[in-house]
Design a protein around this ligand. Structure first.
Ligand SMILES: [Zn+2]
Length: 264
């Protein structure tokens, strides 16, 4: 660990002296294997954008191996100690995606529409469902897997273009390649999940999914997402305006209540 910190100190000096193109660095490559032991390990990702450092998700509190792996890669590849990370984003509230938040003691902790810094709890400023975190990084509200899913969009990544870090909105490459993926069975709201998944697949060149390795978005994935080329940008054919999530959530809740026989 001492050698790793020394490496970090030397590298950090050169990092601070030059403007940085955004980088997306995997700290943990997520995976899942329901068939063997229902093992779920979430992807954990570091983003460096100018002087802003952002960690997306953390290992579960019971995953000590994951914690050590995350910290070692953060120091060696990210040239950062955990208390130097500026922002922590949790993609959604399932326990395989958080549990070591307390390591990032000086970061803004963001969960969907709220953030906590020190003892201050306040709403996060979204405009039409999008919050800007830094020059190349946005948060999109993308409910579907859960009611509070957040996708991190990183633009202008060298050799990769736009990278979307989706949490479990997209489980893995197979999930994005299969329109009838069984992962939609456990979604909070399938309609919202598919709409927001399509939005993401239509703008992203690469995806860091919740439980798999980063993959490149293929023409077939875009075809299934019903994208078409408009003015040089991939957008959904039946595009719904970006919103706060409330417009998506509210009718869906009513629909669910009707399905369950509740009275509004
Ligand atoms: Zn998960």
């Amino acid at each position: 660990m001492r050698t790793a910190i020394l490496t970090w100190m030397i590298a950090r000096c050169s990092f601070a002296q030059s403007a940085q193109e955004p980088q997306v660095i995997p700290l943990i490559v997520g995976f899942h294997s329901e068939s063997i032991d229902s093992s779920y390990v979430a992807s954990v990702t570091l983003i460096l954008d100018d002087t802003t450092s952002i960690v997306v998700d953390t290992p579960s509190g019971t995953n000590a191996v994951g914690r050590e792996g995350m910290l070692t890669t953060l120091i060696n590849d990210g040239q950062l100690l955990p208390d130097q990370v500026n922002i922590l984003v949790i993609t959604h509230g399932h326990p395989d995606h958080f549990g070591h938040d307390m390591l990032f003691t000086n970061a803004r902790h963001i969960f969907f529409a709220f953030e906590q810094t020190d003892t201050a709890f306040k709403p996060l400023n979204y405009q039409n469902g999008v919050a800007v975190l830094s020059r190349n990084v946005e948060l999109w509200q993308t409910p579907g897997h859960t009611q509070q899913d957040t996708t991190v969009i990183v633009k202008n990544v060298p050799n990769q273009g736009t990278v979307a870090i989706t949490g479990d909105l997209i489980f893995d490459a197979d999930d994005a390649s299969n329109p009838s993926s069984t992962q939609t069975d456990i979604a909070w709201n399938v309609e919202s999940l598919l709409l927001n998944r399509n939005r993401v697949l239509c703008v992203a060149d690469f995806v860091v999914p919740g439980h798999g390795a980063m993959f490149q978005v293929t023409p077939q994935m875009r075809q299934w997402a019903r994208c078409e080329q408009v003015a040089g940008n991939q957008v959904p054919v039946q595009q719904t305006p970006r919103n706060t999530g409330a417009q998506l959530i509210r009718p869906s809740i009513f629909q669910r209540q009707e399905q369950l026989g509740y009275e509004n």
